[in-house]
Design a protein around this ligand. Structure first.
Ligand SMILES: Nc1ncnc2c1ncn2[C@@H]1O[C@H](COP(=O)(O)OP(=O)(O)OP(=O)(O)O)[C@@H](O)[C@H]1O
Ligand SMILES: [Mg+2]
Length: 264
């Protein structure tokens, strides 16, 4: 009784509060956000860890851009998480057309400011960008764009498609890695869950061409297809996902008029 208000009691209470805070912080850190991609969240304990950066990688045509676009579409339309798609290769028109084929009204989400597409494909031929224009584009500009979007527009999901372009266009890969790391930290601080798309060569085991994932990604998701007889089957595999008991091994993936889904 005589202990009430004593310095020892205050210290203990202070310590308790501090520890509780750390505990609350930890539970916040393990909060998950569902991607909304059919069959995928079940592979990864219900969703991605909020605020973490993930690599989606794979061969050309494997479905990386559609996977990333659906992550943003589901976030904006079902989970009240506005998204930003930064595209370096495929034009905004092409992304919008893809969305339309899947029955997603992306233009309406853009109008409602639930979706933003930043088109960094400065030199385009038809639907395909040939290259970035290094004169007009710089990594600082990318950081500023992202930070403004996250802070001022409440963006909660970000896609960079693809960061491989940066490595191909700029000679100093060390600088690009460092910049991507800084961007990833900023996104984490703002609890913004992000996908950095990269490319693999034809060997899906090589993961990424530039080793970006070793530096910053919480998880690596690999998409690919294989010819089996006269058919090509699509696959998805989670190579790594920190803090998550994920399915080990490949699962079949399908792209239909409803979007992308893990089928079995
Ligand atoms: N509406 C659709 N229905 C079924 N399949 C589709 C549809 N739209 C696109 N696809 C398939 O998805 C593929 C393209 O997927 P996506 O653009 O996501 O690939 P990617 O991995 O981003 O390729 P890249 O590395 O070339 O950018 C097409 O080649 C096609 O096989
Ligand atoms: Mg793509």
């Amino acid at each position: 009784m005589g202990d009430r208000g004593s310095p020892r009691r205050d210290t203990l209470l202070g310590e308790l509060r501090r520890r509780t805070k750390i505990f609350e912080g930890e539970s916040e850190l393990s909060e998950r956000t569902p991607t909304g991609i059919k069959g995928f969240d079940e592979m990864i304990q219900g969703g991605l860890l909020r605020g973490e950066t993930y690599i989606v990688t794979g061969i050309s045509g494997a479905g990386k851009s559609i996977f990333s676009l659906e992550f943003l579409y589901r976030g904006a339309s079902q989970f009240d998480e506005p998204g930003l798609y930064v595209t370096f290769e495929e034009t905004m028109q092409s992304l919008l057309r893809n969305g339309k084929n899947f029955g997603w009204n992306l233009s309406e989400l853009i109008r409602q400011k639930k979706l933003l597409i930043a088109d960094f494909t400065l030199m385009t031929v038809g639907d395909r960008a040939l290259s970035l224009n290094p004169e007009a584009f710089n990594l600082d500009g990318l950081y500023v764009t992202l930070e403004a979007a996250v802070r001022e527009l409440g963006i909660k999901r970000v896609v960079l498609d693809s960061v491989s372009v940066l490595f191909l266009q700029y000679p100093n890969t060390g600088v690009i890695r460092r910049e991507l790391n800084i961007i990833s930290s900023m996104l984490r601080k703002n609890k913004c869950t992000s996908i950095f798309v990269t490319e693999t060569g034809n060997d899906p085991n090589s993961i990424t061409r530039f080793g970006v994932e070793e530096y910053l990604a919480n998880g690596v998701i690999v998409l690919y297809w294989e010819a089996e007889g006269d058919k090509r089957n699509r696959y998805i595999e989670v190579f790594k996902m920190r803090g998550t008991a994920h399915y080990m091994g490949r699962r079949r993936l399908s792209i239909t008029n409803d979007g992308i889904s893990v089928i079995y």
